[in-house]
Design a binder for this molecule. Sequence first.
Ligand code: NAX
Length: 333
Amino acid sequence: MAEPIRVVVTGAAGQIAYSLIYQLAKGDVFGPNQPLYLHLLDIPPMMGVLEGVVMEITDCALPLVKGVVPTADLSVAFKDADAAFMVGSMPRKQGMERKDLLSANVKIFKEQGQALDKYAKKNVKVLVVGNPANTNALMCSKYAPSIPRENFSAMTRLDHNRAQASLAQKLGVGVDKVRNVIIWGNHSSTQFPDASHATVELNGTSKSVVEAINDNAFLQDEFVKTVQTRGAAVIAARKMSSAMSAAKAAGDHMRDLWFGTAPGHFVSMAVISDGSYSVPKDIMFSFPVTIKPGGSYTIVQGLKIDDFSRKMLDITAKELLEERNDALELCSD
Ligand code: NAX
């Protein structure tokens, strides 16, 4: 059996972590032959709840789990980390302005970036889930200069999975028959869910989703809005935000970083922009990517961007630039 790896989950007493930890512990993400230590970070008032989570992990009796380290100490949490799921963040409270929320999170992700820099392995893979995820990932990476920027990404996989499932429903096919949807930009309501490069397998042959649906008004309006507002729809129904599907998406994202994407498939993840598709550089922007085993990703190049898509990409890029500039201003305080 392989040497155990060290996997950090922050926000470990929260609801996404509750679903995520089980997937990690049973081998769904790093494989059924990969033992691991779970490093579970939360804030001091949550240590009691976290103790209950640790009891449950023990009671699952899962052989891949070689140890569990519950902690509120960043130096313990990030020590020798191979992979980190950054789920914990400051939630928006009533009366809180967007800038107050950003300010609280810049502080959290600055400290956690510094801890990653100091204690984690240099090849650690860092996935930021906690919102505002793109800008939190950017800040985390900024304060971890000894770790390559390409090792940081933010999660838009839930939006990607939502888009794929929504198209499959519309087409009346299984979700596995639809591939290569794209989420561009921010994990926020400005994201651009794009079906124009997606394909669907119908009766054994691959066809463009645009042709199969043959309804541009639907693809540019209802489909886009449904995916953009799906999180709010879940909250309205469940009275709590998406957790099971968010944890599944985080697992999908990290598994693809670990094992690579299947040939001919691309997935969406927010990575540092290199200027592809005329997106401003140095923001964490969700692009279509292919990934080689071990986590080296390539932004898919050469996709045709029509006028509608250009407008949508520019809107979400503008929001990310504003978030980045606000965050940078807050750090200089
Ligand atoms: P919960 O409120 O259930 O859990 C968050 C946990 O984080 C709490 O236990 C809290 O004590 C902890 N925490 C807060 N500050 C911390 C810190 N400085 N260090 C360590 N832990 C800390 O939220 P949950 O539903 O699990 O959501 C977690 C985050 O994911 C939120 O920011 C949420 O907005 C974000 N989401 C991101 C998604 C994405 O697609 N990128 C989708 C789902 C989700 O909305």
